[in-house]
Structures are given as C-alpha cells and as structure tokens.
Design a protein around this ligand. Structure first.
Ligand code: FES
Ligand code: FES
Length: 166
C-alpha cells in the first residue's frame, strides 16, 4: 500500500507522518496522534461526534481523508482547556448540564467554537442551526443551547474586559 507524507498543524503542533491514502482524518487523529477526544459515532457523516475545526471551520473528520488535510490547521477538543482551566464552552456544558453520556459533546463543542468565532452574539435559532449537524441522543437540545449561550456571554464579557484593558 503506497503511503503519502502529510504535514498538519494539530492543536498548534506540527505533525508530519506517512499515511495511507485511505486513512480517514478521524482515524489519523485518534490512532496516529492518540487524540481520542474526537469520537466516532456513525462513520457516515450523520452524527457530528467526529467534528473538529479545519482552518477554523467545523468539519466531520469521518468524511475526510487525512491526505486531504495536508497543510491544514486542525483543532480538536484537546486544545480547549488551558493549564487546568476549562474553555467557556466546556464551562457552559458543565454549568448548564449540557450533557448526559457526553459522547456527542466534543463534536458539539467544536461546532459551537467555530460558530461563535464567526457569530459571537447569536440568537437561539442561530445556535440551533449551527448544531443541526450534531446529534445528541440523550440530553435533548435545550441544555446544549443554554450551554452555548453561557459561553457566548462569557466570551463576550472577556473580550469587553480585554478591550477596556482590565
Ligand atoms: S462519526 Fe462522523 S458524522 Fe458521525
Ligand atoms: S450527551 Fe449523550 S449523546 Fe449527547
């Protein structure tokens, strides 16, 4: 089986590896890089459990070959917490009980992260639309929406404080 050399920046770290052309990005992340926070739910582009950010855009990593990501910047759920402090999205899911089994959560959070970067002050309908490619089978979506609203508010007040030089 022929292999291809790819270089990707994952969570800020450059990674060069030889991969088979059929290797899916989700398997590259989970198996080659041991980043197992990205989940596999359906393997058929339906559930969103495998969502990561590719150059800032949420994508389903079960639907892309690793070779197609060559040269890209990828962010996974592992990039969110810093020095033991949760990202506002993680905090929101914690505070607003946005999860039950948690299996869908990394994908939900990565979709929300990409979304809030573009739309920092969304209304409820926009949030629901943004996570419409992510399925949750046990919590229901109200708490997830509240968690994302919590994060949006927190991120906005952090930005306002930064702008004031606080
Ligand atoms: S595992 Fe990728 S969409 Fe379900
Ligand atoms: S919390 Fe269980 S699938 Fe969403």
């Amino acid at each position: 089986m022929s292999k291809h050399s790819i270089t990707v920046v994952v969570n800020g770290e450059s990674q060069t590896q030889q991969v088979e052309s059929r290797l899916l990005l989700v398997h590259f992340l989970r198996e080659n890089l041991s980043l197992t926070g990205t989940h596999i739910g359906c393997d058929t582009t339906s559930c969103g459990a495998c969502t990561v950010l590719l150059n800032g855009e949420p994508i389903k990593s079960c639907t892309m070959f690793a070779v197609q990501a060559d040269g890209a910047k990828i962010e996974t759920i592992e990039s969110l917490a810093h020095n033991g402090s949760l990202h506002p999205l993680q905090e929101g899911f914690w505070e607003r009980h946005g999860l039950q089994c948690g299996y869908c959560t990394p994908g939900m959070i990565m979709s929300a992260k990409g979304f809030l970067a573009k739309n920092p002050n969304p209304d409820e309908a926009e949030i629901r639309h943004a996570i419409s490619g992510n399925l949750c089978r046990c919590t229901g979506y109200n708490k997830i929406v509240e968690a994302i609203q919590f994060a949006a508010e927190k991120l906005q007040s952090a930005q306002a404080a930064e702008a004031k030089g606080e």
